[in-house]
Design a protein around this ligand. Structure first.
Ligand code: HEM
Length: 435
């Protein structure tokens, strides 16, 4: 999907200096998220957004404290996640249209136990704990991309590496041919449209945007359905083939075509762009501190710590409004009535000074380094964290092997795309090829 042009200085928000200035959601807010978080922590750690709840007359609340966010995500019974709430009928009695992912959530994992089983049985073997099976494939994909520009001494790291690697990896995992990657990119872009172009903390699309989203997604369901049919007949070594064969133990049955279609939708919505953002932030951290690049390059045992700290410091998904209150609650002394919509600001919790010593510093040997909120925590946490971590780990190992040193190149604006993800449009780097 075509991206909008970077915004100019003229339409950026001013840097906040007081809580009244804080606005995390207006166009341009991306440029000052990390100035806003300490202000919220100090003055309004549970920040009310009047009238911005899920239903009319209710409010939204931004949670920025690590302990509050953890409490919410670890207790899905008390703070129900929106994704599993069954859809309500329209005023005229008809049911709202649901995409295949929503349909498959209702049939395969409508409650907590099945959510866990779904992860353990259906996604973990491919993109979770079992993601190590893709080690060589990811390394080959990373090397293949680097071959395209290694002799140039410069690269747009976003558009010639970080965006492309997860696309190739997910095409291989799912079993889609590489010539279809441009279509996958378009469909993936349409699926995440609300998180990029949506309005406010609820990521609301206008009716025109929704229409555009539907137009762009036309053909996706049929495309996946055709592959499901083909792979049922001629299974190969890929996730879709496997899903056509597997018995889902928790329900003691095979999956329907629509359910597989829904799982593929979920893999694409989560798996394409997020890891791109992580790797682009990591490259910036290295350019900002060239000695850090050398330290990790020379001692690869430090790479895992670097990746976790970068995910904590520069969270790709900054926040999501995906939990509600079903009874009156209190966080940090602030009363949050039943029926409120909670915006979990993962990125702010990751810099909470009450949880993290020197929260803004990257510490390679930080204790409990994986307890950050970037993938959320608990049973509902990101099912693709395993493959994302694998991609980052392998990508940097390959980059270290082939690149001796890197620095910022010419023409960077460091402007971020709109929406809730921390994403640069481009990142020009100059580098010295390893001898
Ligand atoms: C750096 C990369 C990534 C980040 C920061 C990230 C972050 C997140 C977060 C914060 C959630 C919400 C969890 C909650 O509500 O408690 C989530 C959910 C999800 N993620 Fe990721 N994610 C990443 C990569 C991936 C990948 C690679 C995939 C797929 C291969 C994926 C698939 C999903 C799915 C399907 C969900 C929805 C929950 C579910 O259906 O079980 N994510 N992710």
């Amino acid at each position: 999907m075509a991206r909008t042009e970077p915004r100019t200085a003229a339409n950026q928000l001013k840097c906040p200096v007081a809580v009244e200035d804080v606005d995390l959601f207006s166009p341009g807010a991306q440029e000052h998220w990390y100035e806003a978080y300490p202000i919220l922590h100090a003055n309004s750690p549970v920040h009310r957004i009047p009238g911005e709840g899920a239903a009319p007359g209710t409010d939204g609340f931004i949670l920025t404290k690590y302990e509050d966010i953890l409490r919410v995500v670890r207790d899905p019974d008390r703070f129900p996640p929106g994704l599993t709430t069954p859809p309500k009928p329209n005023p005229d009695g008809t049911m709202p249209q649901m995409n295949a992912m929503m349909v498959s959530i209702q049939s395969l994992r409508p409650n907590e136990d099945l959510w866990r089983a779904h992860k353990a049985e259906l996604t973990d073997p491919w993109v979770g704990t079992g993601a190590t099976r893709h080690h060589d494939m990811i390394g080959d994909a990373a090397n293949g991309l680097i071959d395209n520009w290694i002799d140039n001494g410069k690269v747009d790291f976003v558009n010639e590496f970080a965006r492309l690697l997860p696309q190739i990896v997910m095409a291989n995992v799912l079993g889609f041919p590489h010539e279809d990657i441009p279509r996958m990119e378009m469909w993936g872009g349409a699926q995440v449209m609300a998180f990029v172009y949506g309005h406010g903390h609820r990521n609301l699309l206008t009716p025109e945007q929704t229409e555009e989203q539907m137009r762009l997604l036309a053909g996706f369901k049929e495309y996946v359905a055709d592959w499901v049919t083909e792979k049922r007949k001629n299974p190969k070594d890929d996730m879709i083939s496997w899903l056509t064969q597997v018995t889902y133990g928790a329900l003691n049955r095979k999956l329907t075509d629509t359910e597989i279609n829904g799982i593929v939708y979920a893999m694409m919505i989560g798996g394409l762009e997020t890891t791109q953002y992580a790797m682009a932030e990591q490259a910036q951290l290295f350019c900002e501190d060239p000695a850090l690049y050398q330290t990790v390059r020379n001692d690869r045992s430090k790479l895992r710590g670097f990746i976790e700290e970068s995910l904590r410091l520069r969270s790709p998904t900054q926040g999501l409004s995906t939990r509600t209150t079903i009874q009156d609650e209190e966080f940090q002394g602030v009363k949050v009535p039943a029926g409120s919509l909670l915006h979990m600001r993962w990125a702010a919790g990751n810099r909470d000074p009450e949880e993290w010593e020197c929260p803004h510093d990257l510490q390679l040997d930080r204790k409990g380094v994986t307890r950050h909120l970037t993938f959320s925590q608990g049973s509902r946490s990101c099912p693709g964290s395993g493959i994302s971590r694998q991609e980052q780990l392998i990508a940097w190992n390959v980059l270290f092997d082939r690149i001796e040193a890197m620095q910022y190149g010419e023409g960077n604006t460091f402007e971020h795309q709109p929406g809730i993800m921390l994403g640069l449009f481009k990142l020009n780097l100059n580098f010295k090829k390893a001898g």
